[in-house]
Design a binder for this molecule. Structure first.
Ligand SMILES: N[C@@H](CCC(=O)N[C@@H](CS)C(=O)NCC(=O)O)C(=O)O
Length: 211
């Protein structure tokens, strides 16, 4: 199987942490992609293999051994968990599943805001909307505050909800270090310090995407 990646993306990080936590590293080849900064506003040039994997041309994208193309981190994590992982990271049904999906859905909104803000910041200064950037920043802040109580429920193990939230926290530290999300979310901050020690998290600390 092949997963198309970049080292900066929180969506990719969710998938790669899941792969490591499920012990699937030997079954999935990670294929790095290049992204010039113009990706924010333009269609950039891609390797044909990447476009073949996903007409959407966003990362992550997974191609399974059967040739199935999965082109969204939520669907990819679902596949890893259900088909290859024996539901170790998210139960197949029941109250705990929906509790985790509630956290994941808020976190998806948070990560979307982080990435939309990043795209806006990559525009020429004359085209940039500071109102839009501020709107995304406020959404991120609200989501971090709303996720704070969830941290109390996080156990000492690992699951898809924690992996998603950790990817968002790590991306905030990487791209927006001045945001100080920890002030609004002190419990989350304490949990993140502990969760970040996991080898899967240490192996996926975000770095700049190759141009
Ligand atoms: N909902 C998608 C979002 C994926 C996504 O937006 N990836 C970004 C990188 S972090 C991307 O490829 N952006 C390029 C573009 O939008 O052209 C997922 O969960 O995988």
């Amino acid at each position: 199987m092949r997963l198309f990646t970049t080292p900066a993306s929180p969506w990719v990080r969710k998938c790669v942490v899941s792969i490591i936590e499920l012990g699937l590293q030997n079954r999935i080849e990670l294929i790095p992609t290049r992204w010039p900064h113009s990706w924010a506003t333009k269609t950039v040039e891609f390797d044909p293999a990447f476009l073949d994997a996903t007409p959407v041309a966003r990362i992550p994208a997974l191609v399974t051994d059967q040739g199935l193309r999965l082109t969204d981190s939520g669907v990819i994590c679902d596949y890893l968990n259900a088909e290859l992982g024996g539901y170790k990271l998210l139960p197949a049904a029941g109250a705990v599943r929906w509790q985790m999906l509630s956290v994941i859905s808020i976190t998806n909104g948070l990560i979307e805001a982080q990435i939309s803000r990043r795209a806006e910041l990559l525009r020429n200064v004359s085209e940039r909307s500071n109102d839009f950037i501020e709107k995304m920043r406020q959404r991120e802040h609200r989501c971090f505050a709303a996720l704070d109580p969830a941290a109390v429920e996080f156990g000492s193990g690992v699951d898809l909800a924690q992996i998603a939230v950790a990817a968002a926290c790590g991306y905030a530290d990487f791209r927006y270090p001045d945001d100080d999300w920890r002030s609004a979310s002190p419990k989350l901050a304490r949990w993140f310090e502990r969760f970040s020690e996991r080898p899967s998290m240490r192996a996926t600390i975000p770095v700049e995407t190759p141009q």
